[in-house]
Design a protein around this ligand. Structure first.
Ligand code: PRX
Length: 630
C-alpha cells in the first residue's frame, strides 16, 4: 500500500513482510470487493472443494435470514482433511501440540484424517446422525479438534462448551442443545493442577436429561467415575472394529448447520449461535489466509481456546482449510515460569502468534527479561483479539515480542460474525489500538440512536451494513430472538452491541460493549449468568453484576448482593459466594469483589441501573438519576 499521510501515530509495515504477502495492495483488493462483493466471495469459494457448485452466491430474499452459496454441496471436514490428504500435504504436520506437563504430539494431515474417521465411526455406532447435537467439553488437547471434525464429517452439529465453564453452565448448554452424546476429557492440566472435567460433567448430567452416551478421553488419568452403560473410554472404543480408518462423509448442503456455540447476550440465557458449512468455510478460509498471510512453510499459533469462537475459526477450521501447520498448547502462559510461551515459540519456530490483550498485559507484568532470554526471530506476524488493546500493551507486544518487525493484526469480530470483520492485513499501516478498517467487501459504520452515521471521532454504535459469508444464521431454535437481538434496532443493519469511533482516515476504534455483556480477560460473560448463579445460593435474595476496569483482565466483575432477611454479610460469606459462582458458571466468572447492600438502583420498570452501580464502584458521580425509582 502506498504510504499515505495518516493522522496520529502510525506504524508502517516492513518491506519484507509485504513483498511475500498474499495481499500486497489492500486498496486494490478492497475496491474489487466493494464493487461486487458476491463475485469477490464466489471467487474465494472457487479455491475450496464443492461436490456441487452453488446456484446463488447470496440469497437475501428472506432478510435477515441470509443464505450463502445456496444449492451447493460440500463438507468442511472434507476440505480440512481429505483435500490435503490427496496432495503433497499428506505428510505435512497439521498439528503440533504441547501439554502443560511437557507431553508432545505431532499429527500429519494423514493421521488427523484417520483419527477423525475413527471418531466419526464411533459416533455413528452410537446412533449419531446428521443434524444431531453433540456436546464437547474438554481442555486444549488434539482430541477436541478430532471430535469437532468428526461431527462435521457426519453432519452432526457440535456444541463445544469451554473447559473453563462449570456445572450449571454445562448443564444449561447440554439441555438447551438437546445433545444425545457428550464427549468429555477426564481432566485438564491447568497451572500444574487438574481441572476435574469428568467430575463436573457428572454433576451437570445429574441436572440434565437427554445424554445417552458419554465418550471419555483420557488425559490426566486420575480416578474418575464411569457410569456403566453410559460412559465409555475413547481409547478403548477406538480399538474396536467399528472404529475403522475410513468413514463415508455426508455431502452437506451449504446451509446445513455445522455447529452451535453459546455466547452471552443482553439478557437471560446464553444464546446458541448457529453457523453453517458453506459460508463459514469460505469466510474463515479467506480471512485467515489474507490477514495472517498463511504460507506453506509457516508454523502458526493461535493461543485461544478451541471452546470459543476464536478457536473454532482460527485453531480448527481456518488453519486446516489453508493446509497450515498449527501449534496448540494446553496450559497456562506462565507455567511453570513466565517464559513458557517464549520458550515454545523458540523451540517450535513459530512464525505467527495470535492472542488476546489480557495475555499480553499479563506477561508484560513479568518484565521483558523473560522474553529476551529467547530467540523469537522466527516471528513474522502478531495478532490480537477479544477486547480493545491499549496502546501501551500494543507497543510492548510490537517492540519486545515482535522486535519492532512484526505487524500486529488487531482483529475485531464476534461469535456471531464467525470471521474477522475489522482487521488489518500485513500490508496495512497500523495505529496502536485500532483494528484499522473492515475486511474488503464488508461495510461497517458508527451510527447514533437513530441509525444515522456520526461525525468522525464521535462515539456511536458499531453496525454492519453488508452480509458476509460466515455470518450467524440464527439463534438455534429461536429465530425471533435472532431478529430482535441483532436486526430490530436499525433497519437493514446488524447491531454488534459495541460502541466505537471512526477517525478521519476511516480507521475504527472499538470502545467496548454497550449492553449487559462483560468482557473479563477477553471472555464474554453475561451479567444475567453471574446474577442467576449468585441468586441460586440460599443466602442471596437479589444480585447485580457489573464490570469495572481492571489492569490485566480488561474488566473485573463487581457484584452487589442483597441477602435474605435476617442474614448479615461477612468475609466468609463473600468467599463462599465467589466459590459458588466459580462452581456454577466457572472460575472466569468469579466476582473480584462482592458488596452487600440493602437495595439496588432500579428504573420504574424494574431494570437495574448498572450505570449507577458502576459509578458507585468507581467512586464517580452517577449522573442523571431522574429515572431512578428509589
Ligand atoms: O466487544 C467486542 C470484543 O469482543 C466481542 C465479541 O466477543 P466474542 O463473541 O466472545 O468473540 C471474541 C473473539 C472474536 C466484541 O463484540 N472484541 C473482539 N475483538 C476485539 C474486540 N474489541 C476490541 N478489539 C478487538 N480486536
Amino acid at each position: 500500500m502506498a504510504k499515505k499521510k495518516l493522522q496520529g501515530e502510525v506504524f508502517y509495515p516492513p518491506k519484507e513482510v509485504i513483498e511475500n504477502a498474499h495481499i500486497k495492495d489492500w486498496d486494490k483488493l478492497n475496491k474489487q470487493a466493494n464493487t461486487d462483493y458476491a463475485k469477490f466471495w464466489s471467487d474465494r469459494a472457487e479455491e475450496l472443494h464443492w461436490f456441487k457448485k452453488w446456484d446463488r452466491v447470496i440469497d437475501d430474499r428472506k432478510k435477515p435470514f441470509y443464505k450463502w452459496f445456496t444449492g451447493a454441496k460440500t463438507n468442511i471436514s472434507y476440505n480440512c482433511l481429505d483435500v490435503h490428504v490427496q496432495t503433497h500435504r499428506r505428510n505435512k504436520i497439521a498439528l503440533v501440540w504441547e501439554g502443560e506437563n511437557g507431553d508432545f504430539e505431532a499429527m500429519s494431515y494423514f493421521r488427523l484424517h484417520r483419527e477423525t474417521c475413527k471418531f466419526a465411526n464411533i459416533l455413528k455406532s452410537m446412533g449419531v446422525e446428521k443434524g444431531d447435537r453433540v456436546t464437547i467439553y474438554m481442555g486444549r488437547i488434539p482430541e477436541i479438534m478430532i471430535a469437532m471434525l468428526a461431527c462435521a464429517r457426519i453432519g452432526a452439529i457440535h456444541s463445544v462448551v469451554y473447559g473453563g465453564f462449570s456445572v450449571e453452565a454445562l448443564h444449561e448448554r447440554i439441555e438447551d442443545s438437546k445433545s444425545k452424546v457428550l464427549i468429555v476429557a477426564d481432566g485438564a492440566y491447568q497451572r500444574g493442577k487438574i481441572v476435574p472435567l469428568k467430575q463436573i460433567a457428572d454433576e451437570a448430567l445429574q441436572r440434565a436429561g437427554g445424554i445417552e452416551h458419554v465418550i471419555v478421553v483420557k488425559r490426566t488419568g486420575q480416578e474418575i467415575n464411569m457410569e456403566f452403560g453410559r460412559d465409555m473410554w475413547y481409547h478403548e472404543l477406538r480399538e474396536l472394529p467399528i472404529a475403522s480408518n475410513q468413514c463415508a462423509l455426508e455431502k452437506m448442503d451449504s446451509e446445513d448447520p455445522l455447529f452451535i456455540l453459546y455466547t452471552s447476550g443482553t439478557t437471560g440465557k446464553p444464546k446458541a449461535i448457529l453457523h453453517t458449512h458453506g459460508g463459514y468455510m469460505v469466510g474463515t478460509y479467506t480471512t485467515l489466509k489474507y490477514v495472517f498471510d498463511i504460507q506453506e512453510q509457516d508454523r502458526y499459533w493461535c493461543a485461544a481456546d478451541p471452546g470459543w469462537i476464536t478457536g473454532h475459526s482460527y485453531i480448527v477450521y481456518g488453519p486446516l482449510l489453508n493446509g497450515a501447520t498449527s501449534f496448540m498448547y494446553e496450559g497456562a502462559p506462565n507455567y511453570p515460569y513466565p517464559n513458557r510461551w517464549w520458550k515454545m515459540i523458540e523451540n517450535y519456530g513459530i512464525n505467527i502468534l495470535y492472542t488476546a490483550p489480557t495475555a499480553i498485559r499479563g506477561l508484560m507484568r513479568f518484565g521483558e527479561a523473560w522474553v529476551k532470554r529467547h530467540d523469537l526471530s522466527s516471528l513474522r506476524l502478531l495478532g490480537s483479539v477479544g477486547e480493545p488493546i491499549n496502546p501501551e500493551a500494543w507497543k510492548w507486544y510490537h517492540s519486545v515480542v515482535g522486535n519492532g518487525n512484526c505487524p500486529i493484526m488487531d482483529t475485531w469480530w464476534q461469535t456471531e460474525t464467525g470471521m474477522f470483520m475489522i482487521t488489518p492485513m500485513p500490508c496495512v499501516p497500523l495505529k496502536p489500538g485500532s483494528g484499522t478498517k473492515p475486511f474488503p467487501g464488508i461495510e461497517m459504520d458508527v451510527v447514533d440512536e437513530k441509525g444515522k452515521p456520526v461525525k468522525p471521532n464521535e462515539e456511536g454504535y458499531l453496525v454492519i451494513k453488508t452480509p458476509w459469508p460466515a455470518m450467524i444464521r440464527t439463534i438455534y431454535g429461536d429465530d425471533e430472538r435472532y431478529v430482535t437481538q441483532y436486526w430490530r434496532k436499525y433497519k437493514g443493519m446488524y447491531m454488534t452491541g459495541d460502541s466505537a469511533r471512526k477517525d478521519k482516515d476511516g480507521y475504527f476504534w472499538v470502545i467496548g460493549r454497550v449492553d449487559d455483556v462483560i468482557k473479563v480477560s477477553g471472555y464474554r460473560l453475561g451479567t444475567a449468568e453471574i446474577e442467576s448463579a449468585l441468586v441460586s445460593h440460599s443466602a442471596v435474595a437479589e444480585a447485580a453484576a457489573i464490570g469495572v476496569p481492571h489492569e490485566v483482565k480488561g474488566n473485573a466483575i463487581y457484584a452487589y448482593v442483597i441477602l435474605r432477611a435476617g442474614l448479615t454479610g461477612n468475609s466468609t460469606l463473600v468467599e463462599e459466594l465467589r466459590q459458588h459462582v466459580a462452581h456454577e458458571v466457572g472460575p472466569i466468572a468469579k466476582p473480584e469483589q462482592i458488596e452487600f447492600v440493602d437495595s439496588l438502583p432500579k428504573t420504574r420498570s424494574g431494570k437495574i441501573m448498572r450505570r449507577v452501580l458502576k459509578a458507585k464502584a468507581m467512586g464517580e458521580d452517577p449522573g442523571n438519576l431522574s429515572t431512578l425509582e428509589d
